[in-house]
Structures are given as structure tokens and as C-alpha cells.
Ligand binder design. Structure first.
Ligand SMILES: NC(=O)C1=CN([C@@H]2O[C@H](COP(=O)(O)OP(=O)(O)OC[C@H]3O[C@@H](n4cnc5c(N)ncnc54)[C@H](O)[C@@H]3O)[C@@H](O)[C@H]2O)C=CC1
Ligand SMILES: O=C(O)CCC(=O)C(=O)O
Length: 391
């Protein structure tokens, strides 16, 4: 069996080798592929093909993917947690230092100098670029996931007083956060206390405009805001006013919109936080491994719309079902199997919200009988996607 994968946005080719020989990879593939591997391509305006079974986001944020539509269509969406976190961490630490010392403006000014006495002009003019040090300054991290936790720890190591806010932090990540990072339960404590604030949360209805007028109103003076998460987390109109009144000293972001460009106190990068050779490779490897595992075994790991489901396959056939999460569904599935004269070797069903995923391992070697059962599942209103996997 050969699966087809359509890739978008330059997925690292070495990483894609993880898919192995059972996959045909084609960036231009037009025909109904089994899976997509993508980076920032916006899929909201496109229809997902009927044969599509999985989308792997080679990266963390999945706001470019229509998750609800994918779920309803039985498409499992994956991401690659932590695979580019170190790259973003380094970009944010660099941005913190850039704001403290304004190296960009200093370099721009130096490049304007001409003549034999450049060294003299440098010494005479450099006072305008005297900065400050980050040692001892307060640093707030909103979102203590893969990226935020790394940044909080390193900012502490650089001598900053670090505050962290994340009401949903995972236990695993929490264990990795230094006890020196002061965890706060109210985001207002970040706004009121910090000289530098960086945000590392997914873009959701809840997080949109985290930096709004009310947030800026709580801040002191000369605060640096660093946003390598998503542009929509900041209300730009409120930001411009906060810059005007001296509340915000500098805004550094990875997400450019026209209104942000060419402004003295705003530094915009072209969405390069995760763009290192190492991160791109890590993301492609993880995306390739995840898709391969899902297509070849049906197991789900690192999905954002379905639960993790793992079960070793020891029977001749496995049927995977994406079903609506309705009462008695597991009993109904089991009854249908036995009505077809087939024994279940193993079954696992895990739900998330309105949908669930079932792995059904069958003690049956007759491919025609398994196909007939799968066809019956296919015709059921409560089942949205059916696949047969042969051991
Ligand atoms: N600029 C770039 O190239 C990149 C940007 N990103 C962006 O950064 C975001 C974070 O990435 P990771 O740290 O890898 O994700 P992650 O999933 O490891 O961490 C996100 C954290 O945000 C927390 N969170 C969710 N809602 C929150 C809220 N309302 N308030 C406070 N915390 C909240 C979660 O509990 C979680 O700990 C991504 O969703 C993506 O949008 C990620 C990688 C590269
Ligand atoms: O370089 C990329 O693919 C974007 C990374 C990113 O924004 C993410 O991982 O969420």
C-alpha cells in the first residue's frame, strides 16, 4: 500500500525521509492525497479533499488549519510539540537584548557615517545609544509551554526576575520550570510588575487581544512587549497609544502587518522565530514520524483534535473508526462485528468532545469479510471515517 502526502511550504526533505518507502510525497500533488504536511499555509479558505485522513503541522501553532471542519470530516490534525521551541527561545532572548541596547538603530546610524574621521564621529555620537542591562529587570512570560518554559528558565539564568503565567500549564512542563520563576495566578500581575513581557500561547478566542487597552493601562513606563506567538494577540490600536504615552518602550514581533512597519519603536521580523535549520529538521522529522505511524498503524500521537490512542496490532486486520461520541457507540460497534461473524481481538475507544476514535482489531484473516464490515460502518450515520489496516 502506498500512501500519498501533499506538502506545503518547504518541508525539510531530510526530515521527510522518516515517511519511508510506503509514501509518495509530492508538493504539487493535486489528487485527493491521504495526508498533508504543512507549515503556515492558510487552509481556512480551501475545502479539505474527501480522501484526506490527516494533516501534520510541522510546527506548533494550528490556527491556520480549520480544526472544527477537519474534525467533522474525520481528519486528524497533528502538530510537532516542542520541535521548534529552542529556535523561538533564542529569538526571544535576542529580542530582549535588542530592546535593552537598541543595536539595530545603532548599526543603522553607524552605517550613515562617512569620511576619514568615522572613528571620531563614532565616539562623539555613541552616547545616543547608551542602553540598559537586563540584569535585575523583571521579565514576564505569558504561556509556560514548550517555548515559554525554556525562556523563563533562561531569563532567570541571565539574572532577570522572572514571572510566569499559565493557568493550563501541563504537569510535565511545570516540572521543568525553575523554582525561581514566580508563578502568578492572575495575568494582571505580569502587566503590573514587568519591564519585559513575552507571550507564548496559541491564538484562540480566549487569547486574542491579550494585550488590549486594559492590559496596557496596568503597565508602568518603558515596557518592552515581545510577541513571537501570533499577531492577533495584540490590539495594534491600543499598542500605538501605549507607545505614544511612553507605556511601551518597544514592541518586537514576528508578525508583520502594514500598520506596524517602519515605526521607530516597533521591530518586525518576517515570521522567522522557528526558522533555523535545526528546528525545520526537527519539525519535519516529527511530522513525518507522526503521519507514518498514523497511516501505517492507526495510532494517534500529538493530535490537537483527537486523543492519543495507542495499541499494538497483533491481529490480521485493524479497522479504525472516527465516530460521533454518542451513547452506546462502542456496544453498537461490537454488535455489528459479531453480527458479521467476526471476533474482536482488541478494541480501544477514546473520545474528545463530540467525536471519538476507535481501533478495532479483528481475529479475522478473510479480507472480503473485513471489507464487508467496513462497508457497513461506512454507511452508518454515526461514523465519519473508516480505514482498514492489514497487519
Ligand atoms: N514565531 C514562530 O515561528 C513560532 C510561533 N509559535 C507560536 O507560539 C505558540 C506557543 O508555542 P509552544 O510553546 O510550542 O506551544 P505549547 O502548546 O507548548 O505552549 C502553549 C502554552 O500556552 C498555554 N496557554 C493556553 N492558553 C493560555 C492562556 N489563556 N493564558 C496563558 N497561557 C495559556 C498552554 O497551557 C501552554 O502551556 C504557538 O501556538 C504558536 O502560535 C510557535 C513556534 C514558532
Ligand atoms: O516556520 C514556521 O513554519 C512557522 C512556525 C510557527 O509559527 C509555529 O510553529 O507555530
Amino acid at each position: 500500500m502506498v500512501y500519498t502526502v501533499k506538502t506545503y511550504n518547504n518541508i525539510n526533505k531530510i526530515g521527510l525521509r522518516e515517511l519511508g518507502n510506503g509514501f509518495q510525497i509530492d508538493g504539487e500533488l493535486k489528487e485527493n492525497p491521504d495526508a498533508y504536511i504543512i507549515r503556515s499555509e492558510n487552509l481556512h479558505e480551501t475545502e479539505l479533499p474527501s480522501n484526506l485522513k490527516a494533516i501534520a503541522r510541522a510546527g506548533a501553532g494550528t490556527n491556520n488549519i480549520p480544526i472544527d471542519a477537519a474534525t467533522a470530516q474525520g481528519v486528524v490534525v497533528f502538530n510537532t510539540p516542542g520541535a521548534n521551541a529552542n529556535a523561538v527561545k533564542e529569538a526571544v532572548i535576542a529580542s530582549t537584548l535588542l530592546s535593552a541596547r537598541d543595536y539595530i538603530a545603532a548599526n543603522k546610524w553607524t552605517n550613515t557615517l562617512t569620511g576619514d574621521d568615522v572613528p571620531k564621529q563614532v565616539e562623539a555620537g555613541k552616547k545616543q545609544f547608551a542602553g540598559s542591562e537586563i540584569l535585575g529587570k523583571t521579565f514576564g512570560v505569558i504561556g509556560l509551554g514548550a517555548i515559554g518554559a525554556r525562556i523563563a528558565n533562561d531569563a532567570y539564568r541571565l539574572g532577570m526576575k522572572v514571572y510566569g503565567y499559565d493557568p493550563y500549564v501541563s504537569i510535565e512542563t511545570a516540572w521543568n520550570i525553575s523554582s525561581h520563576v514566580r508563578r502568578v495566578n492572575d495575568i494582571k500581575e505580569i502587566f503590573t510588575n514587568c519591564d519585559y513581557i513575552t507571550i507564548h500561547v496559541p491564538l484562540t478566542d480566549e487569547t486574542k487581544n491579550t494585550f488590549d487597552r486594559a492590559a496596557f493601562d496596568l503597565m508602568g513606563k518603558d515596557v518592552t512587549i515581545i510577541n513571537f506567538a501570533r499577531g492577533e494577540l495584540v490590539d495594534n490600536a491600543a499598542l500605538f497609544d501605549a507607545i505614544e504615552t511612553g507605556v511601551v518602550k518597544r514592541y518586537i514581533t514576528d508578525f508583520g502587518t502594514e500598520d506596524l512597519l517602519n515605526k521607530d519603536k516597533i521591530t518586525v521580523f518576517p515570521h522567522v522565530g522557528g526558522s533555523t535549520a535545526e528546528a525545520e529538521l526537527n519539525c519535519a522529522i516529527m511530522a513525518g514520524q507522526t503521519i507514518r505511524r498514523f497511516m501505517e498503524t492507526g495510532e494517534i500521537v500529538n493530535s490537537v483534535n483527537f486523543p492519543n490512542v495507542k495499541q499494538a496490532l497483533s491481529a490480521p486486520f485493524r479497522i479504525t473508526l472516527i465516530n460521533k461520541n454518542v451513547p452506546n457507540i462502542v456496544a453498537r460497534i461490537s454488535t455489528r462485528v459479531s453480527d458479521n461473524g467476526i471476533n474482536i481481538s482488541n478494541i480501544i475507544n477514546r473520545s474528545k468532545g463530540d467525536f471519538a476514535y476507535t481501533l478495532l482489531d479483528l481475529d479475522e484473516a478473510d479480507a472480503a469479510k473485513v471489507q464487508a464490515l467496513a462497508d457497513e460502518f461506512e454507511a452508518s450515520d454515526n461514523i465519519v471515517k473508516v480505514r482498514i489496516i492489514k497487519k
